[in-house]
Design a protein around this ligand. Structure first.
Ligand code: F6R
Length: 366
């Protein structure tokens, strides 16, 4: 049932070219420049005219939500707020008719997320579910939705469900932007083609596995890790740090790279590995300076870069390259080596990667 892999986690990481393809199938038509999503289409007026969108989630799904904020705001020009379900539900949140709530959940059973959207629904918001498990509680209480179609995720740490969430949320943003007229046709078509190419590029990103395994052996005894990113790669830095904590029990923190000098840079010395998620995007020059700041303090820099990036390759201690892609979809590639890094460090430390201690696959109690 592990399909020849040693663990479900590794199987699910390697399944991603297929799960992403499944997630796009029947929805993305790059040739005719159209996106078919009935849940969005049936509510298009309400969504495209929303005064704001609130995205509610926990954990890894919250990281997908955070990236969606950047993408929705850029493409749809609608203000977005991203909320931890557990915080939202307990603070008498302001929800108005006309608000659109997107709930993101792999299991569809996370108690905090479920209660948070029940509350928002009572206050008159449209609830749109982005859920993996078909027929789950969150899927049923939602007014509309789009399934992620990643298939059953057995590994406790979320991997393939996360990339499927990114794909679905990007499709929704693109569809809404197109209907709203907030994206130029040329850019719309370009991004559809980018999404179309993603499964093949994920396949190429998975070829970094051997190189990542070597890095895992090199850095497995570190006590702490810092993960830094900017813009679209900031949520990926958070996700990389969460994966490492869960799977290898190494303390890790994710930060927006520029926040470093407001505190965390005090941690940097020659023993601290700092993972930069630094693919080629509009923030590239800025993150290059951040890498310099870490090197000047003797930190060990591991950089996830775009293939052919000689600037960062010349500066970093270790580099893992993923295929070139538009900055909106590049995070789907840059997360792959980070998933692999946590897996191989967990393995190097002889840990139970499929069932990390203290964690449950679905958190049905608060
Ligand atoms: C991390 C992980 C958790 C879940 C979180 C939300 O690898 O799996 O952080 O993402 O518990 O779960 P869902 O998405 O099922 O609502």
């Amino acid at each position: 049932e592990k399909g020849g892999y040693d663990h479900f986690m590794l199987k699910e990481i390697f399944e991603q070219p297929d799960t992403i393809f499944d997630c796009l199938r029947g929805r993305l038509d790059a040739v005719n420049a159209s996106i078919t999503m009935a849940g969005v289409q049936n509510n298009i007026d309400q969504i495209k005219n929303a005064s704001r969108i609130i995205i509610i989630a926990c954990g890894t799904s919250w990281h997908a939500a955070l990236l969606a904020e950047y993408i929705f705001e850029e493409l749809c020009r609608i203000p977005v707020e991203v909320e931890y379900a557990s915080e939202f539900r307990y603070r008498n949140p302001i929800v108005k008719q006309g608000d659109v709530i997107i709930a993101v959940s792999q299991s569809g059973e996370t108690a905090d997320t479920l209660v948070a959207i029940e509350k928002a629904k009572e206050q008159g918001a449209l609830i749109f579910g982005v859920v993996n498990v078909v027929g789950s509680s969150i899927a049923r209480i939602s007014n509309a939705g789009a399934y992620t179609h990643a298939g059953p995720e057995i590994g406790v740490a979320s991997t393939k469900a996360f990339t499927a969430q990114l794909v679905v949320l990007t499709l929704i943003a693109l569809k809404v932007a197109h209907e709203k007229g907030s994206i130029e046709t040329k850019r719309f078509v370009q991004l559809l083609n980018e999404l179309h190419d993603i499964p093949e590029k994920v396949k190429a990103a998975l070829k970094t596995a051997d190189a990542v395994k070597k890095l895992a052996d090199k850095y497995k005894d570190a006590k702490d890790f810092l993960y830094l990113g900017r813009g679209y790669n900031f949520p990926i830095a958070l996700e990389g740090a969460l994966k490492l904590k869960e799977i290898s029990y190494i303390h890790a923190e994710g930060y927006p790279a520029a926040e470093m000098k407001h505190g965390p840079i005090a941690l940097v010395d020659e023993t601290l590995p700092v993972v930069f998620v630094a693919t080629k995007d509009s923030y590239h020059e800025k993150i290059v300076s951040n890498i310099q700041e870490i090197k000047a303090r003797k930190g060990k820099v591991i950089a996830i870069v775009t293939e052919g990036d000689e600037t960062i390759t010349a500066m970093a201690d270790d580099v893992i390259a993923v295929p070139e892609a538009d900055e909106i979809v590049a995070p789907i590639l840059s997360v792959i080596p980070l998933q692999l890094l946590s897996y191989y460090i967990g393995i190097a430390k002889d840990l139970d990667v499929d069932k990390p201690r203290n964690l449950a696959k679905s958190v049905t109690v608060e």
